[in-house]
Design a protein around this ligand. Structure first.
Ligand code: BES
Ligand code: MN
Ligand code: ZN
Length: 491
């Protein structure tokens, strides 16, 4: 799919469909909506004068006017025109364009009169959300497309370097997030640890990207007992994938992103109940998210170094599986008492975090994981849980989430929670005993395997996919926007 930038009147852009927005308080169409309205003979004014259409954020109506240049006009409500409402509207309009089967679309949302958003951010979000709609599930390694060939973004005013870059940033983030959705939605018989490794290898087609895969034998040599134990019950062997993007100076420390890559989580010996167990194919959404982010960073050509680290395994019950009660010596040297084999994500991540820190001496390290059901209870599907020891890092992640409409909420890491991990048989236990503060004790466990204060953890158990059992592509928006800001390339 191609994304191009256009300016001038919405009515003169050559495209099969056009997306225009209306702000709730407006009684009549303004800006591009007014241009199209005149062009099609008043269909949008008639819509706004009627009672059926409210301009609440994300409400769409598809018109087939039979007059004017575009065959199809998608009118979307922008609510008050705030950034969150605008992003929701852009996503809904993009989905409507996909559903209408349009091959080419002009998105005029960023040119709406009366937006309360910086023009570059409006262009970036329009590009991110509208090109995000060109996704359709397809089995296999290559992502599918909804068949949209081109999106023309109508700029607010004349084209300039800042607006052009914002469009490119949004399109890169959309591509990364569509890759994440593609990987996350693959069924677990297709998406095994080997499959993830091959997809990571495919990223090597981007300039400056290199992939390395440590297979089971290497993990044994390195004594990554956390990853090995989780993978032991499965016929699909575990692995550790690293993908590096070298966009910065060779001497500058990379940002490392670690993603949980459990390709199917049956719970293992502590078997999960059968209902909705299919959802546990999404348990590699953290891996999908960091690989998607790396793809977005490479596309943006950010002048920084970034490494994605993915520990991957399948958690299955078997005669060889690890068990509740096992005491394991982890890669970091710490011993851990396993109390429930369904808390497998933290075992993988503990080894991957310790390895990443030792090997890459990162400037910052952020992990993303569908780690706990408790996080879904706490925050639902709206915000990811975020944990950090460093306030600047936490604030930067919150800001990136707001700027990309991929929100997170900071939760605490107090010592009082950390102490719940005590064990009589090992350095510590791997769960906090009982259900209290489950998302926090999981984060505290991870925290015991990183030395730097520049570490953050995102629990995306609720945000990576929705109740409709579709992947969301999160947290690619948040992470890629954070990295773009870090590289001073945001808006
Ligand atoms: N992958 C699950 C977490 C999960 C649950 C994600 C529901 C999305 C939806 C994780 O491996 C897990 O099973 N966690 C356990 C931890 C418990 C045994 C301490 C959980 O949340 O119940
Ligand atoms: Mn589990
Ligand atoms: Zn899991």
């Amino acid at each position: 799919m191609k994304i191009r930038i256009v300016s001038g009147s919405a009515a003169t852009v050559a495209a099969a469909g056009v997306i225009v927005g209306v702000i709730k308080k407006d009684k009549k169409p303004t800006g591009p909506a007014a241009q199209i309205d005149r062009n099609i003979g008043g269909g949008i004014s008639a819509l706004m004068a009627g009672r059926e259409f409210s301009a609440a954020a994300g409400r769409t109506v598809t018109l087939r006017p039979g007059r004017g240049r575009a065959k199809c006009v998608i009118v979307v409500g922008l609510g008050s025109g705030s950034i969150a409402e605008y992003a929701r509207a852009a996503a809904a309009a993009g989905a409507a364009a996909g559903a209408a089967g349009l091959k080419s679309v002009c998105c005029a949302l960023a040119a709406t009169a009366g937006l309360k958003i910086d023009p570059a951010a409006a262009v970036r979000i329009a590009a991110q959300q509208c090109s995000g709609s060109d996704y359709r599930f397809k089995l296999g390694r290559r992502p599918g497309s909804a068949g949209i060939d081109s999106i023309s973004l109508l700029l607010p005013g004349k084209s300039n370097a800042r607006l052009n870059r914002a469009a490119a940033t949004g399109a890169a983030i959309a591509a990364g997030s569509n890759l994440a959705r593609h990987l996350a939605e693959q069924p677990p018989n297709v998406c095994t640890p080997d499959f993830l490794a091959r997809c990571a290898q495919d990223l090597g087609r981007h300039p400056k990207v290199r992939t390395r895969v440590l297979k089971k034998a290497s993990l044994e040599k390195l004594r990554m007992e956390g990853i090995l134990a989780v993978g032991r019950g499965s016929a699909n062997p575990p692995c550790l994938i690293t993908v590096s993007y070298a966009g910065g100076r060779p001497t500058s420390a990379p940002v490392v992103l670690v993603g949980k890559g459990v390709t199917f989580d049956s719970g293992g010996i502590s078997l999960k109940p059968g209902a909705a167990m299919d959802e546990m194919k999404f348990d590699m959404s953290g891996a999908a998210g960091v690989l998607g982010t790396l793809a977005a960073v490479a596309r943006m050509r950010l002048p920084i170094n970034v490494v994605a680290v993915v520990p991957s395994a399948e958690n299955m019950p078997d005669g060889k599986s690890y068990r509740p009660g096992d005491v394991l010596k982890m890669y970091s040297g710490k011993s851990v008492e396993v109390l429930n084999t369904d808390a497998e994500g933290r075992m993988l991540l503990a080894d991957a975090l310790a390895y990443a820190e030792k090997r890459f001496k990162p400037a910052a390290i952020v992990d993303a994981a569908t780690l706990t059901g408790a996080c879904v209870v706490a925050l639902g599907h709206h915000r990811s849980g975020m944990f950090a020891r460093n306030d600047d890092l936490a604030e930067a992640l919150v800001a990136a989430g707001e700027a990309s409409a991929d929100l997170c909420w900071r939760l605490p890491l107090d010592d009082e929670y950390d102490q719940l991990l005590s064990s009589s048989y090992a350095d510590f236990a791997h769960i906090g005993g009982g259900r209290a503060a489950g998302t926090i004790t999981a984060a505290c466990f991870l925290g015991r395997f990183v030395k730097t204060r520049k570490w953050a953890h995102l629990d995306i158990a609720g945000s990576a996919w929705g109740k409709d059992k579709r992947a969301t592509g999160r947290p690619v928006g948040l992470l890629a926007t954070w990295l773009a800001a870090k590289a001073r390339r945001l808006d």
